[in-house]
Design a protein around this ligand. Structure first.
Ligand code: SF4
Length: 295
């Protein structure tokens, strides 16, 4: 939801957090712009760490969308340097590209630049993500999932390398994971981690089940400030929001195991109930994606 976690002003919290993760032998995922990571790279080195960096296009597009006082080439090259450094010390790096109508045609250019990291086999990945409606200042360029899939398919005709990376289409992630990432995949019993013991600590001192639900009463499952209190009944309620719950009415759907019962936030937004479902256009998305892969 925005904000850079590794700003120097946060260093006490970050260092404490590293100690806690070490003590529990945990796995760390950091979403950062890459600017300050080198300050901590030695500390993160021994942890099981995945760094996620957002880049929205080649230098001029990325800086236009993520303005900075420094020149676009300087910032962009700095981020590339950080990526190289993380990979060299053995960390995994995932570049996330938020996609909308403003930048979609520049994606091949970005992938071309990033292809130099392909040599770090298994440690480097890129994934594209269509920006959700109403979630950023770029919403005026909002692209629907179908439009996004169609455009990506067209772009991949001239630039087939796009097919090597995850398009993050609803219902197509397993296709990507199985055929391109060579992972073994199983059925999705839920759409996301909101039904899987996810705890989101929000700046308002409350704990929520879902990022999008921050500030919404129906999504609150506890408090961490000024006291810590987690409501186990609500945690159980969220844990039961899976495709085997009859309230979801997904039983007879042939896409049930790849859909996972739709995004809970979108369903709640439309119907005011976390046990409602809002079916994505899975069949159309699969048709577009599989045809592009087959071609
Ligand atoms: S497409 Fe609709 S009915 Fe089918 S699993 Fe997804 S939410 Fe349930």
């Amino acid at each position: 939801m925005g904000g850079e976690p590794l700003l120097p002003i946060h260093d006490k919290v970050v260092l404490h957090f590293i100690d806690v993760v070490k003590a529990y032998n945990g796995k760390l995922q950091i979403i950062t712009n890459g600017t300050f990571f080198n300050d901590y790279s030695e500390k993160f080195k021994d942890l099981n760490t995945v760094i996620q960096i957002k880049l929205d296009g080649p230098p001029e597009i990325n800086t236009f969308r993520r303005p900075n006082k420094k020149s676009s080439n300087y910032m962009f090259n700095n981020i590339l340097l950080s990526i190289e450094n993380y990979l060299k010390i053995g960390l995994s790096v995932c570049v996330r590209v938020n996609v909308d109508w403003h930048n979609i045609n520049f994606i091949p250019g970005l992938v071309e630049i990033l292809s130099k990291f392909e040599k770090y086999n298994g440690k480097f990945e890129i994934y594209f993500y269509p920006v959700s409606e109403g979630t950023s200042s770029w919403s005026k360029y909002f692209i629907t999932e179908i439009e996004y899939a169609t455009e990506m398919s067209k772009l991949s005709m001239d630039f087939p390398k796009l097919l090597e990376y995850n398009w993050s289409l609803h219902g197509c992630n397993q296709i990507y994971a199985h055929f391109l990432d060579k992972q073994s995949v199983g059925p999705s019993f839920s759409f996301c981690s909101a039904s899987g013991n996810q705890f989101v600590f929000a700046p308002d001192g409350k704990v929520y089940s879902c990022w999008w639900g921050i500030g919404k009463k129906d999504f609150q499952i506890g408090l961490y400030f000024p006291t810590t209190r987690i409501n186990d009944t609500l945690v159980k309620k969220w844990g039961s929001r899976t495709i085997i719950n009859k309230q979801l009415r997904c039983y007879s759907c042939r896409f049930v195991f790849i859909c996972g019962g739709s995004c809970i936030y979108k369903a709640w937004e439309a119907f005011g109930d976390i046990f409602a479902t809002k079916c994505p256009l899975i069949e159309d998305l699969i048709n577009i994606y599989v045809k592009a892969l087959y071609r």
